[in-house]
Design a protein around this ligand. Structure first.
Ligand code: SF4
Length: 385
């Protein structure tokens, strides 16, 4: 698992602001006007003048002595070996966070930790504190992101709780990154408000999608899973409003003990009532946040539900819906779902089990969340020869 942030003892920051964003450069010949706002990644004793900050990779820490006393720098621990040109970091007093990696296809930006749901399997448990500083940070981050970036995700908490301020972030992203697809993880309830949904649609982004969870065709089960009465109805209204306005919508279903008993009925429900959605993702469970606390009432070995997964997938496919299976291991699904199987776990938290050593399909297999390796996974793995 890649380390994307944490406390670092050896940071010297001259800035008085709580945190400063730097785009990283490895180019010693960068014009001073650009260098003066960037961080130079030191990997030799060739240290150019004029950068705002210096990052010393592990193995090159001794060269920081060459800096003048008024220079800010970070001595990076070995876990940050992956940092490279055009990545973006935030540096504050004794803390470093990696906000964007150019090499990654799965850059996801946390908009808020606040949420109006309290899902049993939430991987990012909500916090009820004012974190609007994140929006301000994102405004600084977006212009630093490389223009060739294929996709940016916005996640939470519930990003739309910030309403117009979140829409402003989307507009800013469209302006700076016109060729970058946007994916938003939302519970969809804000879009029940048709005026908000209209303002969202007026951004008129050519490639922007909202991923919205629906966990059951039975409202009481959905509301129980998200721990919020009335959620099912609001979410469904949100989906309908977005589609009425020709916006792209993905339905996300996390598979666990609470959602699986009616997965087949949910597939039928989507086929009959939401045939117009753009994508349905059937997703394996991530062992983070509340999932670990609620493990007994959530976890099922994917081997045990593979026939149900096949049936639900075939129903959706038969309706002509674009369906994908995310976060599953290749040896734990039936062959008939292979056309829908995707490697989906973000690169920074994707690992394989010891049992996978020597598996001939490892490169095609989605593997595990790092948390799954740590807290438990199926005993039914079967290496391919
Ligand atoms: S054994 Fe092979 S197919 Fe099964 S999880 Fe490991 S890599 Fe994937």
């Amino acid at each position: 698992m890649l380390k994307l942030g944490g406390r670092i003892i050896e940071i010297k920051s001259l800035e008085e602001k709580p945190s400063v964003l730097y785009k990283i450069s490895t180019n010693p010949l960068l014009p001073t006007i650009l260098a003066s706002s960037r961080a130079f990644l030191v990997s030799s004793n060739n240290i150019p003048d004029g950068y705002a900050h210096y990052l010393f990779q592990d193995g090159f820490h001794q060269f920081y002595n060459a800096l003048s006393r008024e220079t800010s720098y970070t001595l990076l621990p070995p876990e940050y070996h992956y940092l490279s040109h055009d990545d973006v970091i935030s540096v504050s007093n004794k803390n470093l966070r990696v906000l964007y990696r150019k090499a990654s296809l799965q850059n996801s930006i946390l908009v808020t930790e606040q949420c109006n749901h309290y899902c049993l399997m939430c991987s990012q448990p909500p916090k009820n504190t004012d974190d609007s500083w994140m929006l301000e940070e994102i405004k600084h981050l977006i212009p630093l992101i490389h223009q060739d970036t294929k996709e940016i995700g916005f996640t939470g908490g519930e990003p739309t709780l910030y309403k117009e301020r979140f829409l402003d972030i989307l507009k800013l992203t469209k302006n700076h990154l016109p060729n970058t697809a946007i994916h938003i993880l939302s519970n969809g309830r804000s879009f029940k408000d048709i005026e908000f949904a209209k303002k969202y649609s007026e951004i008129d982004h050519p490639d922007m999608m909202v991923g919205i969870p629906i966990y059951s065709d039975d409202p009481t089960i959905h509301d129980y899973i998200v721990q919020s009465p009335g959620a099912f109805e609001d979410t469904l209204m949100g989906v309908l409003n977005l589609k009425r306005l020709n916006q792209k919508v993905e339905i996300r279903v996390v598979l666990h003990k609470q959602s699986l008993p009616r997965l087949v009925q949910l597939a039928e429900f989507i086929g009959r009532n939401l045939l117009f959605v753009d994508h349905v993702a059937l997703m394996g469970l991530e062992m983070m946040g509340f999932t670990r606390a609620n493990l007994d009432s959530l976890w099922i070995d994917p081997f045990e539900y593979k026939d149900v997964l096949s049936e639900a997938t075939q129903i959706l496919a038969t309706y002509g819906i674009n369906v994908s299976i995310y976060n599953h291991q290749l040896c734990l699904v039936n062959n008939d779902v292979m056309p829908y199987y995707r490697k989906s776990i973000s690169d920074w938290k994707n690992e394989y089990a010891d049992e996978c050593d020597g598996c001939s399909k490892l490169s095609e297999c989605g593997g595990f969340f790092s948390s799954g390796i740590k807290y438990g996974y199926s005993k039914n793995l079967k290496r391919f020869n």
